[in-house]
Design a protein around this ligand. Structure first.
Ligand code: SAH
Length: 309
């Protein structure tokens, strides 16, 4: 886990319940005798997220509609901190902070998770896009409940699901950073298999009556899969990024599978990017990675950095 991650080790459920009494009804002793929640219960996981966001980031009334992806906060924080480090590496070791640092979150989701963390940790301003109206409505409700966040976060509907940047980025608009947690799977079936694996890891099998494991773990189908999976989604993002090559200092995306990297690097080569970076993120057993790229040469990067001082 990243050293600046606020969630190392076990959760302090007593402190979380004190901050968020709604969590209390989900907390009890688990099979190992530890105070915990039932991580297979989406309502419990949602309540835990609400409590974490309240305790650590002062967010009130965080909620997502039933069936939507409930993001694990520690993992999402790691992306934000790791990518902040990458910007610092290109800025004499200093993380650029404040409103003037503009971040585009492709697929912001119902949870608004990256803008919440990025704004809370580094005061960045965000534009979050999504193709899902209901997800955006949920994100908007979180903003309405938290005026402090709202001033620096804008939401935009991507009305063409095949497009990533086109239609939501203005031709002369600049972003210091693009972040993205893409739909990973290539089919609903693959997404459900992934969900079944999670059930097994929790030591349970979904019962015959729960034929839709995705619902138990949260995640609308559009959040979890798209034709061609993450290679297709990020591949399209790479191709489109070439069109907006000089609008962005640093493009990035999470990549869930190691096996996707070769294809993605080939796409990056074809797009003739100026530089790339791969950052590994480790959470317990789970390894994922961020791939980042830029079209700016050194001189252009130097010019751009002046905007951060
Ligand atoms: N950022 C959130 C949600 C990630 S799920 C999190 O990390 O938890 C992926 C999201 O991408 C979903 O909300 C889905 O609706 C959205 N999405 C799918 N295609 C998209 C596109 N072309 N442009 C923008 N968002 C898209």
């Amino acid at each position: 886990m990243h050293p600046r991650n606020r969630h190392p080790g076990r959760y302090d459920f007593r402190a979380l319940v004190a901050a968020s009494p709604e969590l209390a009804r989900f907390v009890g002793k688990n099979a190992h005798g530890d105070i915990s929640i039932d991580f297979a219960n989406p309502e419990a996981v949602k309540a835990l997220n609400g409590a974490l966001l309240k305790s650590f980031y002062g967010i009130s009334g965080w909620d997502i509609p039933q069936g939507y992806l409930c993001p694990p906060i520690p993992g999402r924080s790691d992306y934000i901190h790791s990518i902040a480090d990458l910007l610092a590496d290109n800025n004499d070791g200093r993380i650029p902070r404040g409103d003037r640092v503009r971040v585009l979150d492709v697929g912001v989701g119902a949870s608004l998770i990256y803008p919440i963390i990025g704004r809370s940790e580094y005061e960045w301003s965000f534009v979050g896009t999504d193709v899902d109206d209901k997800a955006l409505a949920s994100a908007r409700r979180i903003l309405e409940a938290n005026p402090k966040l709202a001033s620096g976060i804008e939401l935009r509907l991507q009305s063409v699901p095949e497009n990533i940047l086109k239609g939501v980025v203005q031709p002369d608009e600049r972003f210091d950073l693009v972040v993205c947690n893409p739909p990973f799977h290539s089919s609903l079936e693959e997404a459900e298999q992934g969900s079944r694996r999670k059930w097994r890891n929790l030591g349970r099998a979904p019962s015959a009556s729960t034929r839709k494991p995705k619902l138990n773990f949260g995640g609308q189908s559009g959040e979890l899969w798209c034709p061609g999976g993450e290679v297709a989604f990020i591949g399209r993002m790479i191709d489109e990024s070439a069109v907006f090559a000089k609008n962005v200092f640093c493009y990035s995306s999470l990549v869930s599978k190691d096996s996707s990297l070769d294809d993605l690097y080939e796409r990056l080569n074809q797009a003739e990017v100026a530089d790339t970076a791969t950052i590994e993120i480790l959470h317990g057993q789970k390894k994922s990675r961020i791939v980042a790229w830029t079209f700016l040469n050194q001189n252009e990067q130097d010019q751009w950095r002046k905007r951060w001082t």
